[in-house]
Unconditional design. Structure first.
Length: 625
């Protein structure tokens, strides 16, 4: 049977090689992330009531993948496709085959997908590869396949194509901060569903913060009875001084956390929990004051920022942290446990006689070396349990723990230094991968932390720095985008910040620098947005907005205004305060405008406004004192 399958694949390759003008058709494959290699064929495979799925019943994971595909097709089409044993598949038409087959070039997550008018063959080394083949298959089908209800009058056809697809990086991550604002279990499952659809495989779950401890630890119940709640929450941006006066909080029971881990595992996603130390520990110190460095009472924080209450270095504190980590490891089977290590002010350590005595007794130079001692001690404990630590790049300060991996967020310098020192690295620079940053006109964006990270800038990111040699580059495990939730209290606001930037991230970490192409990506995004629409995702359409860039000329006392579209289309604008329409002026070159002029602009295609109207009034800069 194996030989017959391979023969058909070989024949199909010959047929594909004879198809003319294949390279010119590549833009027609609307798949994100774009596969490593593909060739379009002729015709389509039609899924109808005659279609049969094939999988080996002795391979539990493969059967489960086939059942997931069967279930989704039944949801949207009403058809219940039978699953027959793989041994029964010979040369039938109307066949969709899920098959494990050794192929070194595919690694643990790669796959081959062959679609002809007669059959669909998905082959991989490991079940994860078949799962990713299924994600590609969903994107080859009409967009309605992603719905959670029957889609009427849809022809369930798949274009003929030959795909070989292998990810560029092993760590393809997305982070979620639940310390500042907690997400429901249902939202996290939806988050995981979308990660899987984009072929991301690592969910970094930020569980403890100054503003809330979110994971039940049975040995220390006050962490959730006290530390999971704050008395109030900041309203608006930092510095407003306004608070809502409402008690806020919540936490995940261990049963809920296990449920999420299991849900992720079914989607070939590893959940990496983060338990912050020694900083961002106010909620823990509020719960158990003996963990802190002062005798002053501490409350869970109600605003955002960096706070002084960090863990002390008493033996009892290490006992506490080891107890916590034992329960964490019992819930999370991941190789890596994230221990934070960032933004730990040393003021309290500097002022504490006990801490200073500890530094002297250990023969350390300063507080930075004490933090290194702290992290190294935690690492030894986790290593003794068969786990590894990963931390933010501040763990480099004072000396890096021997086996630690580094998550580089303050640019790439920390990651480069760690890789040169033979430590594994995940690149996560704020400049390109902080999804809490704005992505459009601030006046039209939901409340966020600020900054500007448009889709194109995410897409431009290259996880492996040129500064590394080929040998050093092997320590770059991949990249991860982070979603911090200080200013994102609702599910809608979080979705808005993630979508569609998650699509750019997917292409960065799966397709890699060699295969991604911005012009091709732009052609594929509209169908991706259609999929988001069908799933009721609150995605951002700021890619269709026009940026207004104004530079003041002090000598001429006027502004040079440039209207910059991110996307193709016709930019139309007005200067009289009216809303641009399909008959308004077409932007062709920069405009010289006087103070007080209001510019409004929009992107049009086929006389239709594509995004939102952006607006800015020219205001003379105030002289600096």
């Amino acid at each position: 049977m194996k030989n017959s399958v391979m023969l058909r694949i070989s024949l199909a390759l010959v047929i594909f090689s004879l198809c003319g003008n294949l390279s010119a058709q590549k833009s027609e494959l609307s798949v994100i992330p774009i596969p490593t290699e593909y060739e379009l064929g002729e015709g389509n495979f039609v899924i109808d009531k005659h279609t049969v799925l094939y999988a080996d019943p002795a391979q539990t994971e493969v059967m489960h993948i086939a059942e997931m595909f069967q279930k989704q097709l039944r949801t949207v089409s009403g058809m219940l496709l039978p699953i027959l044993p793989l041994a029964d598949f010979e040369d039938q038409q109307h066949a969709v085959v899920f098959q494990l087959e050794p192929d070194e070039e595919l690694g643990a997550e790669g796959y081959h997908l062959e679609v002809t008018p007669n059959h669909i063959l998905a082959r991989a080394n490991q079940p994860a590869g078949l799962f990713y083949a299924m994600q590609t298959l969903y994107q080859l089908l009409p967009p309605e396949v992603v719905k959670n209800e029957v889609a009427r009058a849809v022809d369930w056809t798949v274009p003929a194509v030959m795909i070989t697809d292998v990810p560029a990086y092993k760590w393809r991550g997305l982070h979620l901060d639940t310390g500042r604002h907690i997400s429901s279990v249902a939202f996290i499952k939806k988050y995981l569903d979308q990660m899987a659809a984009h072929k991301l495989n690592t969910f970094h779950w930020h569980l403890t913060e100054d503003q809330g401890w979110r994971l039940q630890i049975k040995k220390y119940p006050l962490l959730t009875e006290v530390g999971a709640y704050r008395d109030s929450t900041l309203v608006g941006h930092y510095g407003t001084g306004k608070y809502d006066g409402k008690r806020y909080g919540g936490y995940y029971t261990q049963e809920e956390a296990r449920e999420i881990v299991a849900y992720a595992k079914e989607r070939y996603i590893t959940v990496v929990p983060e338990i912050e130390m020694p900083g961002h520990a106010t909620a823990a110190v509020a719960s158990y004051p003996q963990l802190g460095n002062t005798d002053k009472p501490v409350k869970t924080v109600t605003t955002w920022g960096v706070f002084p209450d960090i863990f002390n270095v008493e033996e009892s504190t290490f006992d506490f942290l080891e107890d916590v980590l034992v329960e964490v490891m019992d819930i999370f089977p991941s190789k890596y446990i994230h221990i934070g290590g960032d933004e730990a002010p040393k003021d309290q350590w500097e002022a504490s006689e006990r801490i200073q005595f500890k530094i002297d007794s250990l023969g350390l130079k300063d507080e930075h070396e004490l933090q290194s001692y702290f992290i190294t001690r935690i690492e030894k404990f986790l290593n003794s349990k068969g786990r590894q630590i990963i931390g933010w790049d501040e763990i480099l300060e004072g000396g890096l723990a021997p086996n630690a991996a580094v998550m580089s967020w303050r640019g790439e310098e920390g990651g480069i230094a760690a890789a040169k020192d033979a430590h594994y690295v995940v690149m996560s620079p704020g400049s390109h991968l902080y999804f809490d940053h704005g992505q459009g006109d601030p006046d039209q964006e939901p409340l966020n932390i600020g900054g500007y990270l448009p889709l194109k800038k995410v897409y431009s990111y290259k996880p492996t720095p040129d500064a590394l040699s080929d040998e050093e580059a092997q320590y770059i495990m991949g990249a991860q985008a982070n979603l911090w939730t200080e200013y994102l209290p609702t599910s809608d606001s979080r979705e808005y910040m993630v979508f569609p930037r998650i699509s750019a991230l997917a292409e960065v970490v799966w397709s890699g620098e060699e295969h991604k192409n911005w012009e091709s990506f732009k052609k594929r995004i509209p169908q991706q947005l259609e999929r988001y629409e069908l799933q009721d995702l609150n995605y951002s359409n700021t890619i269709y907005n026009v940026e207004i860039r104004a530079e003041y000329d002090e000598k001429a006392k006027d502004f040079e205004v440039v209207l910059h579209p991110q996307w193709e289309g016709i930019v139309r604008y007005t200067l009289d305060g009216s809303t641009p329409t399909a008959s308004s002026n077409v932007y062709e070159k920069p405009q010289k405008l006087k103070a007080g002029t209001t510019v409004k602009a929009g992107l049009f295609a086929d006389s239709e406004l594509q995004g939102s109207i952006t607006s800015e009034t020219m205001r003379t800069p105030q002289p600096k004192n």
